[in-house]
Design a protein around this ligand. Structure first.
Ligand SMILES: [Zn+2]
Ligand SMILES: [Zn+2]
Length: 170
């Protein structure tokens, strides 16, 4: 037990399937995180946890903007993130489509707290699918997740959508 907790403390998050583009903004929460799943809240490097939400392609491209420092991050891009996009290079999204801002259906406000859940087949499964000539390396295992769920909570009125985005990516 003692050894395990030492091991866990050292680079704990390195073993979680947190996609590369979320490494600096996803803060793991709860006690169910492992090499196969990770749940975390989204926090801007400036410390703020409220974001505007913009989406296109039926929420297959989701961009968030920090309400404080205005930093913009692509939270999910179904043509680049996830197993099919990474392993098969599948991208059928219309990148000319303009993004629409999402507003709270209850109060009309535009600032949300965000929780992301990622499910992954794990690094071993990914390694077994690696072959010579691939455009990706073992480090990309975190990007080849097979499910993503995004939950929103309105900062103003507390409206919650547990699966605002609930998408299988494999
Ligand atoms: Zn910020
Ligand atoms: Zn609201």
């Amino acid at each position: 037990m003692r050894l395990f907790s030492l091991f866990k403390k050292k680079d704990e998050n390195e073993y979680l399937p947190i996609p590369t583009h979320m490494k600096s903004i996803l803060v793991p929460v709860g006690d169910k995180n492992s090499g196969f799943e990770a749940t975390g809240k989204i926090k801007c490097p400036c410390g703020n946890e409220c974001f505007e939400i913009w989406e296109s392609n039926d929420r297959q491209i989701v961009t968030i903007v920090c309400t404080k420092c205005k930093e913009k991050v692509v939270l999910f891009d179904g043509g680049k993130h996830g197993w099919d996009a990474v392993m098969c290079g599948q991208d059928g999204l219309d990148r000319e489509m303009p993004s629409r801002q999402f507003f709270c259906p209850e109060c009309g406000e535009n600032a949300f707290r965000i929780t992301v859940y990622i499910s992954s087949p794990g690094i071993v499964d990914f390694a077994e699918n690696l072959s010579d000539g691939d455009a990706f390396t073992l480090d990309d295992w975190v990007n080849a997740f097979d499910w993503i769920t995004v939950s929103l909570s309105c900062e103003k009125c507390g409206w919650v959508d547990e699966d605002w985005l609930d998408c299988e990516t494999a």
